[in-house]
Structures are given as C-alpha cells and as structure tokens.
Write a protein of this length. Structure first.
Length: 143
C-alpha cells in the first residue's frame, strides 16, 4: 500500500488530504482559492479558528461518520481544519449579516470555500436553497 503522503495533492502549499478528525494545521493563516479564502488558526491546545471567504452548500447524503446528513450540518476544509464531529460552528453571511450555528458533520476539499452548509441549512442564513449557493462567509469556533 503506498504511503498516504504520496497520494496527497497540494495547492497553494495546502495538502488536499484531510487531517485526522479533531485536529487542525499549526497556528497561522492559510489562504487558497480564487476568492482569497483565509483560515486563521490561533493557539495549539486551546484557541480559535476563524475562516473568512466564500461559503457554499453541499448535497451529500452521508457525512464523515457514516451519519445521515441533516439541516444544521456543515463541512470544513479537512486539509486545514478538521474539528471533532459535532463541533458547534458559528457562521455569518456577510451579504445580509445573518448568523446561525451549525454542527460539523463532514469535511471536504472545499477548493474555493471556507465552509460548506448542508442543503436547506443555508435558509438559516437568509438564503434561498437551490443546488448551488455561494455567499460571503465567516465561520468560527473555539477549541
């Protein structure tokens, strides 16, 4: 079996392979994507994560824990920030200033987004759900 690092793809010096659940990259600011997405990690054993950039939605059926996804679930960019399953994440829609809390239930490559909201959850941010939604976003949580 090949070493997992051999299979990792790197874009803007960020591997696309998800980190182990409950972990994040070392403290610093990570930028990527066409929308200049930024994820800032402050602290090691305690601190916060704040992502600013593009928010999107996704329509998968199952998440990272073989869980059936539901309204209120979200996914993070697993290669930079892969918090514990069920972590409460605060999301702000900068386009209309709506704020809602979501729960981390999946992770993904999020090549040009900082946060991915499951289906109709975007309605909690004042958006109309359709198969593809994009908005100016910020997400944050403490660890």
């Amino acid at each position: 079996m090949p070493d997992q690092k051999e299979n990792a793809i790197t874009t803007n010096n960020v591997s696309l392979q998800a980190l182990p659940r409950g972990t994040r990259k070392s403290p610093g600011t990570y930028t990527y994507g066409d929308h200049d997405n930024e994820i800032k990690i402050n602290g090691t054993s305690s601190g916060y994560v704040r992502g600013t950039g593009r928010g999107t939605n996704f329509t998968d059926t199952y998440g990272e824990n073989s869980n059936r996804l539901q309204r209120g679930d979200c996914a993070t960019k697993g290669a930079i920030d892969n918090p514990d399953f069920g972590t409460e994440i605060r999301v702000r829609n900068y386009d209309n200033n709506a704020v809602a809390n979501f729960y981390k239930a999946d992770n993904g490559s999020l090549s040009d987004a900082v946060i991915d909201i499951w289906k109709t959850g975007v309605e909690d941010l004042g958006l109309e759900w359709h198969s593809y939604v994009s908005f100016s976003a910020r997400y944050s949580y403490d660890f």
